[in-house]
Ligand binder design. Structure first.
Ligand SMILES: Cc1cc2nc3c(=O)[nH]c(=O)nc-3n(C[C@H](O)[C@H](O)[C@H](O)COP(=O)(O)OP(=O)(O)OC[C@H]3O[C@@H](n4cnc5c(N)ncnc54)[C@H](O)[C@@H]3O)c2cc1C
Ligand code: FES
Ligand code: FES
Length: 1349
């Protein structure tokens, strides 16, 4: 290899070159590098390095983050950078050192401080995101050993976590920063600078047993950057000795050609005009993976000097087309620091766009040329390049030409004037001129790492010393099939003075020029049109201000409008966590009530924790890929598998006929099929599967299966279901009091409606099953990521036609569940089991993110209609509410979800006369299912809507009206449950005082008076969450405890670990009862052959139920050991165990628990529905940008009653994680469906869960003190689901802010705001002069891109 500059293509002949790279210091020489293999697949499958995780395969979650290091010969510098291994082509790694999470430390060897600190700071729950976050932080520290918090936040822009709510990760890593730097334990005795745990503010109240410390930084291993792994010396010499970087790799379908000179590149492009040029692969990788594109020839020019150079010319800076965005950013920042401000307006605009461009892992590899040449209509850089007239140098074999990026450059959707044989070599970015002002804007659903809804860049040049426009460029993305210039408007404004008149004309002209078809792809048509004006207005204000700053006589910017032009700058979050410490004098050995770390956290941080897909491959293992329906409702006419079956590696297809047992399945009713039988009822309905030797082969073949359908009319939305009366039975009613009398008594009656969108679970680990036939008696062993081992066991047994005793289901841990793995996991595991049974070989399938989102359903969308009667005082006296949920194509758990919504329809308010009805809409969407809160949040959300309406219609403060209606001790709920040990009023009062509600209210009102275009809002919201499964029989649990003769204890219970810390809490319980340290107790897994007939790990009740079962088992053992303790009181635990053993005592015990006194009956409205309630209150303050709908979560204060916490770190982790998940639900996450029922949002690129930057800037969580709960283990309370709803405080704070904005336009009184309060909804609700110019199209006159389901 490494010949010369010869033609690599011809030189290689039939073979390929060698790829040489290093992984964790080990040299790898790969002779068969496939151009379509990603680094991630190679690490996991070929090298067995499973610490690096697959979360999305599209660069959107960061779970696959690794660090690459390269020696740059021309600068003689080492470059370390974080990348997404899922998008990094293996072939691009020649002479690169790869560092994975395994390479920096391990529990067995030595932990790296980056691994240790995230774990000890409680920043790892399910742990699936943890290796990626660890590697992002590690890469940052390799480049900057003393980062500040802003650097840390930037490093995490491309990482997602669905469990923790991010706060603990930031707190843990703050200890590496200049702001939070700590002595690293060196000053332990003298008092570490971080000895107060998180370094958080002290609580204002002096309470002796109150703690604000969840970890002690003094325990951390010091960080010593000199100890880092060195760059492999051999790689250094190989790189220095490399004469040519020309390479050729041939795969099954593609050839990778890496030229090392521009000439060679041009010659190859001439020869292969159809070849795809790949630099960062962040665009091409997505096309290959998700758009089924095949590119037989790939040209990789990343090492060609001309494409990497940065040159300064008289007019600007020239960047080679392969320069990464990170590099470009660094160069431009340098320019801004050194040049006079008037020359860097363009650079600043680019830097502003880069700040919100993807995440760092993407920017580290994505090239500027790639962004231009992709020609995406929502590119963030192209508008700036166009508005400022950047020049492109294009080359082909015969020479070069320079083109200006103007309105003629983009010729159509993803098309440019660049000819097929040409390549882009460089781009010149101009210096700005005197009197020129440039701004760039990006509006997206989430600020960080999100694609734009509308993106824009504007440049204006004035005649010197005046406010008269000499030149104007207004460039927009997201408003047409290409990035576009508003040329007509530009022309109209030339020669005009920059003032109010120009503004008005510009807006009318833009509204006319930038129109969109109401059916335009991407939807949000009214919003996008309004944004074009709003963004122009921001530019207008910014320029006015700059003109005045330069002394030009221009119109004054009104002081209340100034904040409209402010550029968003994130503030570093701060937080306080408060809990009651264990009483003084309690022995250190008693770990109950102490904030001990999740027992798997360290392993999770090092990548040693084994998840289902990390189980090593069996020798004869096969891979399965699903064949799913592309129609929402249809008869299947024919299935043609011939093409699929002839593809490489394919073993067979599996259809309904292959099911030896019953095809009927379902968690409650058997109203589903495992594999579709002649009819499909949703897009994503599983029809069959392809089994092949590898994942890639199975997936390719599944896509080649041809299915013919006869389409039937689908029912997609709740409104369509209502119109068609398409409901599942029964329709539940919960009624109390005398509704008629209640409404008669009322001084006022008002009616309202609210729709709440659904939610994707987005557990970082998608559904996965490995089924291993045991070869005799129909036995099968399954490794499944499921919350419900027993349900999986019974449904697999039913499918295979064997008794349940032949099926063992094992669950080690899940990478998140949130209810999504309670029942819907069986849609995959039954299919995999059927395939394994058919082939008598192990079969595995881990769904890709898009498949998982498509087939598994999520939280039920709800529509609520209410009529509420209330007195002049604000006291609600009558409520009639109807809930409609979109249940999807099967019943699943929808009835129980609806029942919980009804049980929470009054939230925390006493309403004497009430009726709630629940309708389950049968639609052609994938069956919706359990999701943290299980209908409770939907029920309460509607309650808060009518409560807000009541306050607004009376013109009274919402907090007063809420407080007036709040339950008190001894009140009875609509289902006749008396509220005892009621602590909600205490939570409320503490929340008011901790948040400084009254002062905050005054400050918000003042702010709103002083600002026209940004508004603040404040809301305080309570929750009361009933704890118990509503299905009585599920309220039971079992445990099995073995004590071995060496004194070690193996604990098994019915619950599964999905990050919520259940196993940790169970070990704490066993530790207290047995009186031994946690280190002697081990939980290996949850399995159906140890504890049978388990309830799903759900309903927040798993600690209560399993904890009591564990307690029961341990008490039995403790009793058996008692005589030996009495005989030998000074002996050790091991002595007693040994003595008992030799005395032939059974050292194994079962425990069992069932919740007493439960059993509600809907017909008679009697019996206890819940064992007890968990209470909480949150107060949130937000700020909205009325012009764009963007929001900032300024502060949240949460007070939660979790009884006597078993583990405050875990409980606070649950509160924060649930709250941030609720923030997603209520303010951000939107699933879009086409009118035909096709899910349009199928991955992190289009479905946005909260990121690091979305958490409240100030977050306080306080666990209510002195609140023992006599109904659960050791006086604790359930915590998993209840806090989620508290994020409704942010939704209602947003509504409060919108109310203030509407007030500016003279609009007052109640108004409908559906959930989530997305940027689009916020902007559209802030009715003003700009929205009036963009009226929405008449509903019914067009087919929208997406519908509200
Ligand atoms: C998670 C994620 C987030 C993203 N976020 C954003 C965002 O916020 N804003 C945004 O605008 N984009 C975003 N993108 C899109 C993408 O990252 C950018 O367009 C990026 O700049 C592409 O660069 P690349 O080097 O990775 O391109 P590649 O995938 O390597 O190539 C892209 C295209 O450009 C062509 N090409 C590349 N170089 C040349 C050349 N020298 N001559 C001729 N043709 C060439 C290729 O043939 C190919 O068609 C995102 C992508 C991902 C995966
Ligand atoms: S798996 Fe690579 S970013 Fe999600
Ligand atoms: S701990 Fe981050 S996704 Fe679970």
């Amino acid at each position: 290899m490494n010949g010369t500059t010869a033609d690599t293509e011809t030189r290689s002949g039939s073979g390929s070159d060698e790829l040489v790279f290093f992984v964790n210091g080990k040299k790898i020489v790969e002779r068969n590098a496939d151009p379509e293999t990603s680094l991630l697949t190679y690490l996991r499958r070929k090298l067995g390095l499973t610490g690096t995780k697959l979360g999305c395969a599209e660069g959107g979650c960061g779970a696959c983050t690794v660090m690459l290091s390269r020696y740059q010969t021309h600068t003689q510098q080492l470059l370390h950078f974080a990348v997404n291994a899922c998008l990094a082509p293996l072939c691009s790694l020649h002479l690169v050192a790869v560092t994975t999470v395994e390479g920096i430390g391990s529990v067995a060897r030595k932990l790296h401080p980056v691994q240790e600190r995230i774990a000890r700071a409680h920043g790892s729950q399910c742990g699936f995101c943890t290796p990626g976050i660890v590697m992002s932080m590690y890469a940052l520290l390799r480049n900057n050993t003393t980062p500040n918090m802003a650097d840390v936040e930037e490093a995490f822009q491309g990482n997602l976590c669905r469990c923790t709510g991010y706060r603990p990760i930031l707190e843990g890593y703050k200890t590496f920063t200049v702001e939070g730097g700590c002595c690293g334990g060196r000053g332990r005795d003298n008092g570490c600078c971080m000895v107060n745990g998180s370094g958080a503010e002290e609580s204002s109240e002096e309470v002796i047993d109150e703690s604000t410390s969840l970890f002690n930084a003094a325990d951390f291993t010091p960080f010593d950057p000199t100890q880092e792994v060195i760059f492999p010396p051999e790689l250094m010499s190989l790189t220095k000795g490399e004469r040519s970087a020309s390479l050729c790799f041939r795969g099954d379908r593609a050839t990778w050609l890496q030229p090392d000179s521009l000439d060679e590149f041009l010659r190859l492009k001439w020869k292969h005009p159809e070849a795809r040029v790949v630099v960062g692969n962040t665009e091409v990788g997505i096309e290959v993976k998700f758009k089924n594109m095949v590119y037989p020839v790939i040209l990789a020019p990343a090492f060609i000097p001309e494409l990497n150079e940065v040159r300064h010319t008289e007019d600007g800076v020239v960047f080679g087309a392969a320069c990464t965005l990170s590099h470009m950013g660094a160069v431009l920042r340098q320019e801004v620091e050194t040049l006079p401000p008037h020359r860097t307006e363009v650079f600043l605009a680019i830097l502003e766009q880069l700040r919100w461009f993807a995440g760092l892992q993407i920017r580290n590899v994505a090239a500027v040329g790639g962004n231009i040449m992709t020609a995406s209509p929502i590119s963030d850089l192209n508008p700036v390049f166009m508005a400022t007239g950047c020049k492109l140098t294009l080359f082909d074999k015969d020479g070069s030409r320079v083109v200006r990026m103007d309105e003629s450059f983009f010729t159509g959707y993803r098309r440019t004037t660049v000819r097929p044989q040409e390549v882009l070599v460089s781009i010149e970015i101009p210096y700005s001129k005197k009197n020129q002002f440039v701004s760039a804007f990006k509006q997206s659903p989430r600020r960080e790492d999100d694609i734009s809804i509308v993106t824009a860049a504007m440049s204006v040049t004035f005649h010197p010393g005046t406010d008269t426009v000499e030149d104007l460029r207004l460039s927009y993305g997201g408003m047409a099939a290409t990035t576009t210039l508003a040329t007509q408007t530009e022309k109209k404004l030339l020669g005009r003075r920059w003032g109010e008149e120009l503004l008005q004309d510009a807006c009318s002209s833009l509204a006319e020029e930038l129109t969109l078809d109401p059916s335009a792809p991407g939807g949000m048509v009214t919003y996008r049109r309004t944004l074009t004006l709003s963004l122009f207005y921001k530019f207008y204000l910014t320029v006015l201000q700059k003109l005045r700053d330069q002394g030009v006589k221009a119109e004054e910017v009104r002081s209340d409008c100034q904040s409209a032009a402010d550029v968003f700058h994130p503030e570093t979050p701060s937080s306080v966590q408060v809990y009651q410490a264990v009483p003084e004098g309690r022995g250190q050995d008693d770990v109950v009530g102490r904030p001990i770390m999740h027992l798997s956290a360290l392993k999770q941080a090092t990548g040693e924790a084994v998840y289902c897909d990390d189980v090593p491959l069996y020798e004869n293992e096969l891979y399965l890929s699903l064949i799913t329906s592309s129609r929402a409702h249809a008869h299947i006419l024919s299935i043609d598998t011939s093409a699929a079956e002839s593809m490489p590696g394919v073993v067979c297809c599996v259809f309904a006929d292959d099911i030896p047992g019953s095809n009927a399945t379902g968690p409650v009713q058997y109203d589903e099929t495992i594999l579709a039988d002649r009819q499909v009822t949703c897009v994503g309905h599983i029809i069959g599967a392809v089994v092949a030797d590898t994942q890639l082969h199975a997936q390719r073949a599944a896509k080649a299966v041809r299915i013919q359908y006869e389409e039937l009319q689908p029912v997609v939305t709740i409104q369509e279901a209502i119109a068609a009366q398409s409901f599942y039975q029964p329709i539940r009613t919960l009624q109390n009091g005398d509704l008629e009398a209640g409404f008669k008594q009322a001084d006022h009656i008002l009616e309202g409606e609210m729709h709440m969108g659904g939610q994707e679970h987005f557990y970082l680990e998608t559904n996965v099953t490995l089924a291993v036939p045991r070869g005799e008696d129909g036995e099968m062993e399954l490794f499944v990521s499921t919350q419900s081992a027993s349900k999986t066991q019974s449904l697999v047994a039913k499918a295979l036609g064997v008794p349940a005793n032949r099926v063992v289901v094992r669950v080690k841990r899940m990478g998140g569940g949130f209810g999504g793995k309670e029942t819907r996991t069986t849609v995959l595991s039954t299919v995999v089991a059927v395939a394994a049974n058919k082939l008598k070989r192990p079969v595995r399938c881990m769904l890709d993110r898009d498949e998982d989102m498509l087939v598994t359903g999520g939280r039920h969308p709800f529509f609520g209609k209410y009529k509420v009667g209330f007195l002049n005082s604000g006291k609600v006296v009558a409520l009639d509410v109807s809930y409609y949920s979109n249940a999807g194509n099967s019943m699943d758990l929808s009835l129980s979800v609806m029942e919980r919504a009804l049980f929470h329809m009054e939230n925390s308010y006493s309403v004497a006369n009430v009726r709630g009805r629940g309708f389950l809409c049968r639609t052609n969407l994938p069956s919706n299912t359990a999701f943290r809160g299980f209908g409770g949040p939907q029920g309460m959300m509607v309650a808060e809507s009518w409560m807000t309406d009541v306050a607004q219609s009376l013109g009274r403060p919402t907090d007063e009206v809420r407080r007036l209606n709040l339950y008190v001790e001894g009140d009875s709920t609509p289902y006749n449950q008396i509220l005892n040990q009621f602590t909600l009023d205490r939570c409320w009062d503490e929340c008011l005082s901790r948040s400084g509600y009254q002062q905050c209210r005054a400050a918000v009102d003042l702010y709103n008076r002083q600002n026209r275009w940004t508004k603040r809002g404040l809301a305080i919201v309570p929750t009361k969450f009933g704890i118990s499964f509503t299905a009585l029989f599920l309220n039971q649990a079992g445990a099995l405890v073995h004590i071995y003769t060496d004194g070690s204890v193996l604990l098994t219970h019915g619950g599964t670990e999905m990050g919520q810390g259940l196993h940790t809490k169970m070990v704490q319980v066993a530790s207290r009862v047995l009186g031994i340290p946690c280190s002697k107790i081990h939980i290996s897994e949850t399995s159906t052959n140890t504890v049978p007939n388990t309830s799903p790990t759900a309903a927040s009740a798993s600690s209560d139920l399993n904890g009591a079962a564990v307690q029961n088992a341990c008490e039995i053992l403790e009793k058996r050991l008692e005589p030996y303790k009495t005989q030998n009181p000074k002996g050790s635990w091991e002595d007693w165990v040994r003595a008992a053993y030799f005395d032939r005592v059974n050292l194994s015990a079962n425990g069992f628990y069932k919740t007493p006194d439960l059993g509600y009956d809907f017909d008679s409205n009697s019996g206890r529905a819940f064992n007890y309630f968990t209470y909480g209150v949150a107060c949130s303050e937000v700020e909205i940008d009325c012009l764009t709908g963007a929001r900032k979560n300024l502060s949240s204060t949460i007070v939660m009653d979790v009884g006597h916490s078993l583990n405050p770190a875990i409980d606070i982790g649950q509160v924060e994680g649930a709250f941030v998940q609720g923030l997603g639900l209520f303010t951000m996450e939107e699933l879009h469906y086409s009118p035909q029922g096709v899910l349009l949002t199928r991955g992190p690129g289009s479905y946005k869960i909260p990121g690091f930057g979305d958490i409240p800037t100030r977050l306080t969580v306080s666990l209510l003190r002195d609140a023992p709960n006599d109904k659960a283990i050791f006086s604790s309370k359930a915590v998993g689901e209840p806090p989620l709803f508290l994020a409704a405080a942010n939704f209602y704070a947003i509504k409060d802010a919108i109310t203030a904005a509407r007030g500016e336009s003279g609009i007052s009184g109640p108004f409908r705001l559906d959930s989530p309060a997305s940027t689009e909804r916020i902007r559209n609700a802030c009715s003003d002069r700009f929205t009036k110019l963009c009226p929405p199209a008449e509903p019914g006159t067009f087919s929208p891109w997406s519908v509200q389901v």
